[in-house]
Each structure stands twice: as structure tokens, then as C-alpha cells.
Design a protein around this ligand. Sequence first.
Ligand SMILES: Nc1ncnc2c1ncn2[C@@H]1O[C@H](COP(=O)(O)OP(=O)(O)OP(=O)(O)O)[C@@H](O)[C@H]1O
Ligand code: SF4
Ligand SMILES: [Mg+2]
Length: 381
Amino acid sequence: MTSTAEAHAGTETVLEVRDLVKHYPLTQGVVLRRQVGAVKAVDGVSFALGAGETLGIVGESGCGKSTVARMLVHLEEPTGGRITFKGEDITQLSGRAMKAVRRNIQMVFQDPYTSLNPRMTVGDIIGEPFEIHPEVAPKGSRRRKVQDLLDVVGLNPEYINRYPHQFSGGQRQRIGIARGLALQPEVIVADEPVSALDVSVQAQVINLMERLQGEFGLSYVFIAHDLSIVRHISDRVAVMYLGKIVETGTDTEIYDHPTHPYTQALLSAVPLPDPAARERRERILLQGDVPSPANPPSGCHFRTRCWKAQDICAREEPPLAVPAWLSDAGPTAHPSACHFAEEKRIVPPPPGPGGGGPGAGSRPRTGGGPGAGAGGSGQPE
Ligand SMILES: Nc1ncnc2c1ncn2[C@@H]1O[C@H](COP(=O)(O)OP(=O)(O)OP(=O)(O)O)[C@@H](O)[C@H]1O
Ligand code: SF4
Ligand SMILES: [Mg+2]
């Protein structure tokens, strides 16, 4: 089953994922390990990422976001499907060819407290990728390169000999970003890069990532579980549930014209700073827990928690496509994997002209971000 999230028309596609699958075997027995099932962590995900574009991937814990991220940077082998970088199938590569491609797709991890080796200096952490790719920075030039990277992410180049514990959470994430930039990649896969940070610091790190994107022409896959964070940085958003993309579109399509009940439920839980908007917003409380990916529901995976479920939802898996009855809805029509997809604006626009949507509008290209006002200038936290 294919679920698609196409890159913006007109932009060169740098990364393309088709029918990506990751099933972890469930085994029984100590000596003779028998496979008795599989955890379907990722179950047929497709998307394309354009040059200089940001694709936000959101969904609750356990829906497969990190598994997708790990496959993109080749920390995990896919069970099925294809990942292409600039048209080249990288799932089939090995040896030197794989090493060359991996250089171009780097990862920034969620937790800046555990992802940096506490016994290494910041200089060694940021410069470590040069050991594997000496062609990017020959030995004599490495210290200078690392200091340049510290400067680029807003840290004092003189901190090069300090250890991770001497930095705050936000500064550590800057170190993680500097390390991700070291090999001059074209794509950065950021797996919840700000989730472990305070809201005010989140804004600073997101602003930094946006600035770096402009400066270096980077493409981002930006993963988060909170739709409010993703809106500020994403051009397009893919919503995941139990290993599949259930709805995808531009930030405006997803935030202001959501058609999948799961997206609508996620939006109804987004924190809204404006009390009047909070008042107007419809609350959707989902029943029950996310089912186990080892035994997902038949048909639509969301049906056990969906208030609109009908018999067909248990029998037939809805394809991720623009529903026929919405295809004439105009410019906001976008793919949604629901038999009964219909637009439902969770936060109605305020009365009068110029009404906005949930949160504080779409992607600010020049500063701003979650907890607006905290980002950009001053001493990074
Ligand atoms: N190595 C593994 N072996 C077996 N199951 C795994 C493994 N790694 C992940 N899983 C399972 O795959 C599913 C998806 O996990 P994943 O970490 O990708 O989710 P996630 O969306 O990143 O969640 P979170 O928001 O909590 O980070 C989960 O049910 C998880 O328990
Ligand atoms: S297909 Fe059915 S169960 Fe799934 S989201 Fe749509 S209405 Fe709900
Ligand atoms: Mg994760």
C-alpha cells in the first residue's frame, strides 16, 4: 500500500521514499528462536523531499517516526521499500558508494543530554565525522573547521575544549546541529530536536535551524509529536498513525483544512496561547490507547479510536489519496487516508476580517517560532 507526500511542484527532489517498511521480528524460545509475529513499526510509507524544503512528520509516541528517521540515515535496514537520494536507490548501495551518500544525509537526535559523549570535548564530538570522511577536512584544518562550525551555530569558538556537561540543553543541541553540519550534508533528519528543551529555548533552536537552512540550502525532515512545533518550520506536513501516513499536505492544508479524524484530534490538543481561540476551539478526546503495532486493527488502523468508524473501515484499508468527493474542493484538496474524509476546521477563524488559524499562523520565514519573541538574538541558552 502506498501513501504519498509529494515534494513541492517545481523543486528538485533530493530524497524520495517509496513503500518503506520496517517489521521487527517477534520471536519465541531461547535456543530455537522461532518467529511468531512482527512489530510493524513502519508499514508502507512514501514521501518526497524537495531541495531546501522542510517536511514535518508528526504523530503520537510509537507511530514509527524514529524508525523512519533511522532508515533514512541507514542506522536501520528497511524490511521493504526504497529510499532514493537524487534519483539513486540508496537501499541497494554498500561500501564506498554508501559512505559517499551517507555523508549527504545526516541526523540530529532528540536528547542533547544523552546523544553527546560526556567524555569527549566539544571539538572531538563535532570533528569526529572527519575521521570517517577526511576528504572534507584534512588533519591540519580540523580545529579551524570545528571553530567555524561553533561560530555558525552561535557558540563561542573558544569553547572547543569544553565538555558537554558545561553547556545548557539548548547549547548542547547547537553542538548536535554543528556535528550534523560537519560533513556539509544536503539533508538533515532531525528526530524531535527540540522536544527535550524548554519552550523559550525551542524557539531559539528552531530559528537557528531555519537560518542554517537558508544559508546552506539544506532540506529537512523534521520530526515532532506536537503539531504546533512542526508548523513553524515545515513547508509540508505528514501525519503518521501506527506505521502509516494518514494525511499529508502543506501546512495550511493540514492546520486549516484537516480532513482526517486523527489529524483533527491532534489539532484539538495543540496548545493555543490565545484564550479566545482556546474558547472557540473544538475539543476531540480520543478514546483508548494506540493499538500494538504487532497486531494492528484490520482495515483502517485508526478505526478502534475513531468516532466516525463504520463497517467498511474494518474491511477496507483507505488509500492515502485525495478523496474523489473533495477533489473539486479547490486548492486545499490534499491526500487523506479516510473513507469519510471531510474538512473540519478545529479552530474557527476569529470573527471579522483577516481571521487566522490554530496557533500563530504559518511558517515565519524570518524569525519567530513557538513561544515567539524568545528567538534569534541574544545569548543562546
Ligand atoms: N528494535 C526494535 N525492536 C522491536 N520493536 C521496535 C524496535 N524499535 C522500535 N520498535 C517499535 O516500533 C514502534 C515504532 O517505534 P518508533 O521509535 O519508531 O516510534 P516513534 O514514533 O519514534 O515514537 P516516540 O514518539 O516515542 O519517539 C514502537 O512500537 C516500538 O516499540
Ligand atoms: S476510514 Fe473510518 S475509521 Fe478510519 S479514519 Fe476514516 S472514518 Fe475513521
Ligand atoms: Mg521517536
